[in-house]
Design a protein around this ligand. Structure first.
Ligand SMILES: C[S@@+](CC[C@H](N)C(=O)[O-])C[C@H]1O[C@@H](n2cnc3c(N)ncnc32)[C@H](O)[C@@H]1O
Length: 285
């Protein structure tokens, strides 16, 4: 039985047909590359129903008509369809690889006036870039202040506007910051209501921008390290290959590319990299 058929119409608040699903899936694929096969129909309905309700409409078909003319709502639909699951110190081996293979050299470079450029591509709600900053600076706040005053830029991007608002705020419930080791939490997290907020020094270290990995990249710089993790799983093969080619292009020789644990380098770019850890790759050419 298909996912749609298993949702009896009377159980749904809003009408949602297989054609509606196909239309939404087509928009998501064309705009952000996310694959939403019919098996994801229930998920799509669950994500869109609150938007249909908020817009005061009676059906997903009406909502589809609305997003045809309302670009802000179209953006909210894309936001609703993205999966923003992330957590502090996720796949910690990547931060360890960065600290072991690159950070000592980058630190020395900063100290003698050189530049360092890092990019968390698809940063979701910020746990990834903030983990990266905490992991590289450890609990040395004054050392961090000195390095951040140098030619250091850290770009954090995502296509989801609501996720980026969370990165800017840098505030997380207490349960969310549990994976942060106590010595780092003590230095970098401040009590904020019932939760915690990331120290302004780290929040201000980030350049936070909306960026669709499938669209234009208004980026001229090359990066010393790019983390692009757990986003390619939503893309098809050709989209992954195109994205990896572009990421490789934006990396300095010797730069580090970290991808998610279930992601692989496409054969079209694999020759440009050597494997230096679990899903960590160093650009060699
Ligand atoms: C599962 S999260 C991964 C977050 C983080 N990188 C991690 O590994 O924990 C995937 C993120 O990719 C973003 N995303 C999906 N499609 C995108 C696209 N075409 N361009 C940029 N970001 C995209 C989503 O908005 C979401 O925040």
């Amino acid at each position: 039985m298909s996912a749609l058929a298993s949702l009896a119409p009377r159980q749904r608040e809003f009408a949602f047909s297989p054609d509606d699903h196909a239309t939404v899936a087509d928009i998501a694929y064309r705009e952000v590359g996310i694959l939403l096969p019919e098996t994801k129909a229930q998920l799509v309905y669950g994500r869109l129903a609150p938007r249909v309700r908020a817009c005061g409409l009676d059906s997903v078909a009406d909502y589809i008509r609305l997003i045809g003319t309302d670009s802000s709502e179209r953006g909210r639909m894309i936001d609703a369809l993205t999966t923003n699951h992330t957590f502090f110190f996720r796949e910690n081996h990547h931060f360890e690889d960065f600290n072991r293979l690159l950070w000592p050299e980058l630190k020395s470079r900063l100290e003698v006036g050189g530049r360092v450029r890092l990019w968390s591509a698809a940063c979701s709600t910020g746990e990834e870039p903030y983990t990266w900053l905490m992991a590289m600076f450890g609990s040395d706040r004054s050392g961090a202040a000195k390095l951040l005053a140098k030619d250091f830029r850290f770009l954090a991007t995502d296509v989801c506007g609501t996720a980026l608002a969370a990165v800017r705020e840098g505030a997380y419930p207490a349960a969310t910051v549990e994976p942060v080791p106590a010595p780092l939490a003590k230095v970098w997290l401040k009590q904020h209501g019932t939760g915690f907020q990331v120290d302004p020094m780290l929040r201000e270290a980030l350049t936070i921008n909306a960026l669709n990995l499938l669209g234009e990249w208004p980026i001229r710089t090359k990066f010393d390290a790019i983390f692009c993790r757990n986003v390619m799983i939503y893309f098809d093969g050709p989209t992954k290959a195109r994205l990896q080619t572009r990421l490789a292009d934006r990396l300095e020789t010797g730069g580090l590319l970290c991808i998610g644990h279930s992601e692989r380098l496409d054969s079209s770019v694999a020759g440009q990299f050597e494997s230096v850890g679990r899903t960590s790759f160093r650009k060699i050419a």
